[in-house]
Design a binder for this molecule. Sequence first.
Ligand code: AMP
Length: 291
Amino acid sequence: MKSFATAAEFKRYRVDEKQPGSTLAFVPTMGALHTGHKSCIDIARGEGDLLVVSLFVNPTQFGPSEDFDAYPRPLERDIALLTQWGCDAVFAPSVTEMYERAQSVWVDVEALTGCLCGLNRPGHFRGVATVVTKLFNIVEPDVAVFGQKDAQQALIIRELARQLNMPVSIKLSPIVREADGLAISSRNQYLSGAERPAAAGLYRSLECGRDLLKSGERSRQAVVHSVRRSLTGSGIQDVEYVELLHADDLSAVDPVAGRVLLAVAARIGATRLIDNMVLEVGAEVRERLLF
Ligand code: AMP
């Protein structure tokens, strides 16, 4: 596997290695790799002839009181894992390489950002959309894979690629979970031994919402309340949001019908965790992929 720290070096590699008519598949990450990332990488492997992963903790998507400095950066371990997982190239730029000039051009996806994490993390998705655009312009992927773990992010990137006519197809990986249901995340390592069992309460609360819908409930408020009650029952008091929205465009849904996104965000101690489930709600209720 080849490793590059500058856009110029990566671009030279791309010219040399990408055969005409071949496909380049790309997985952008912030590193501290885990099996959730591996799932995106495995899907990308099946989509492309050349597989490229980026490792970049993007400062512009972190708020001033968020964990940019504390975010784990185990670069050597990540590179060893990517080699093991069969990646062809890794692009791991520095902050100054990505933001050589003070950034004054921003990509703002106005739709899809006014709810869920967009409400609670002002500027976050502007930072994400901007860095993904920059990475796409450097890597020039034919296919890029994102995880449903960050469902709102995946919808925003799909919309970004559509509306800016980017020649890239956006694919999705399902959420990879621990045995007790906790969605795997680089931030799980912040959880103390005492906090870790409570964190599984996020997934249990989604199951609780799903089961209520399965029992025939179609009131949005009733489902949201039951998910909140379940979170509280698991000892999770600091709930940022519980929402049930149309999965395509994040618009309001009540009564609940069609493909819906049930999403939660909560703090366990100082650690902010998110999780979600996509359900097709009709005569029956089935779990689905976001897209
Ligand atoms: P991050 O390094 O957190 O920016 O994540 C990089 C990519 O991996 C994003 O598209 C995430 O949605 C995806 N991802 C992170 N955790 C998981 C998970 N548990 N299951 C599936 N995809 C994930």
